[in-house]
Design a protein around this ligand. Structure first.
Ligand SMILES: *Cc1c(COP(=O)(O)O)cnc(C)c1O
Length: 360
């Protein structure tokens, strides 16, 4: 039976990447060592890390005045590092609140300065992106933070907030590499790797170099972007195996035609799944506003929540795993990141159609 893993994260990885890692597990390129056993300062691993960075720069078109940092601590640690590094003597930052991850970023930022919430989706249970014209922005904000894809609520931006001179900061944990973006529009982009890049334990930060080096007093060395930027992410031991796997993913994405090709596949997958939900005569419902539906995380409920248990059990038996929705939302959630093939979404849709027919 083919298994399709719809987990929100850690999530499915490309089979060919796992197979390559398996083939190289005990002896990387004739070195006689596993990548896990290598010194991060040896020429083999330095080469692996440099290649991963070069490939990510190529895939995303990262300009040369941006640093790429390979860190640990998850996206959650960035919730603190961002205000510590980016307030730069200012007292307030702008935050958009579109759901669970925005809220966590906001509550952490409040420890370091005042937070101006420019707009919130709370009035409609975080099921949409508030229109840009309604945002109450502070022209003197240190930066503007938003979450382009709310992994739990399934709310995604299909447009770019134009922040002007205020550095735009984006938590791309669950949408990085899913479509082409213009990196030069951002001051800082960050993402935990375990959704759309690689294994848990690696966090990627892409930061414009003029924003580095003006931390709040008392910032620990490890939480200062300058420490990592000045040392090519090798100030201390980086998450070496995670960087290696991420590098394999980047190479595979390049072979497959880059982010424009990924976007086409991701659109096709999302359209297939949303079409099935919308054509189900309200047997399935997606609570998210049409224009703001995520291509990566698709939350949906069943008309009768008493059927949830049967749905999950039967899906499991068909090899369709990890469809249970987040505990704060309930229902189901299908995460269909880059590594989920169209065939996986088709298998899910086939099952959903059958299940609806049997239980209507
Ligand atoms: C998963 C996720 C996080 C948290 O990531 P950790 O690496 O577990 O800290 C933050 N933001 C978004 C949008 C996420 O999807």
């Amino acid at each position: 039976m083919t298994i399709y893993n719809f987990s929100a994260g850690p999530a499915v990885l490309p089979k060919e990447v796992l197979q390559q890692a398996q083939a190289e597990l005990l002896d990387w390129h004739g070195s006689g060592m596993s990548v896990m056993e290598m010194s991060h300062r040896g020429k083999e691993f330095m080469g692996i890390a440099a290649q991963a960075e070069a490939d990510l720069r190529e895939l995303m078109g990262i300009p040369s005045n941006y640093k790429v940092l390979f860190l640990q601590g998850g996206a959650s640690q960035q919730f603190a590092m961002i205000p510590m590094n980016l307030l730069r003597g200012k007292t307030s930052a702008d935050y958009l609140n579109t759901g669970e991850w925005s809220k966590k970023a906001i509550s952490e930022a409040k420890k370091f300065g005042s937070v101006n919430v420019v707009a919130t989706g709370a009035d409609k249970n975080f099921s949409y992106v508030p229109e840009f014209s309604t945002w109450k922005r502070d022209p003197d904000a240190a930066y503007l933070h938003y979450t382009p894809n709310e992994t739990i609520g399934g709310v995604e931006f299909n447009w770019l907030p134009e922040a002007g001179d205020v550095p735009l900061v984006a938590d791309m944990s669950s949408c990085i590499l899913s479509r082409p973006i213009d990196v030069s529009k951002y001051g800082l982009i960050y993402a935990g790797a375990q959704k759309n890049i690689g294994p848990a334990g690696l966090t990627i930060v892409i930061v414009r170099d003029d924003l580095i080096g003006q931390t709040v007093a008392g910032t620990p060395t490890m939480l200062d972007y300058k420490t990592h930027a000045d040392n090519d992410s090798m100030y201390n031991t980086p998450p070496t195996y995670g960087i290696y796997i991420a590098g394999l993913v980047f190479q595979m994405l390049k072979r497959q035609g880059g982010l424009a090709a990924m976007e086409q596949t991701n659109i096709a997958k999302a359209e297939l799944l949303y079409a099935a939900i919308d054509a189900s005569n309200s047997f399935y419902n997606c609570p998210v506003a049409l224009s703001d539906r995520s291509r990566m995380n698709v939350p949906f409920t069943l008309k009768d929540a008493n059927l949830d248990g049967d749905f999950l059990k039967q899906a499991d038996a068909r090899g369709l795993l990890q469809l249970k929705g987040h505990r704060s939302v309930g229902g189901m959630r299908a995460s269909i990141y880059n590594a989920m093939p169209l065939a996986g979404v088709q298998a899910l849709v086939d099952f959903m159609n059958e299940f609806a027919k049997k239980n209507s």
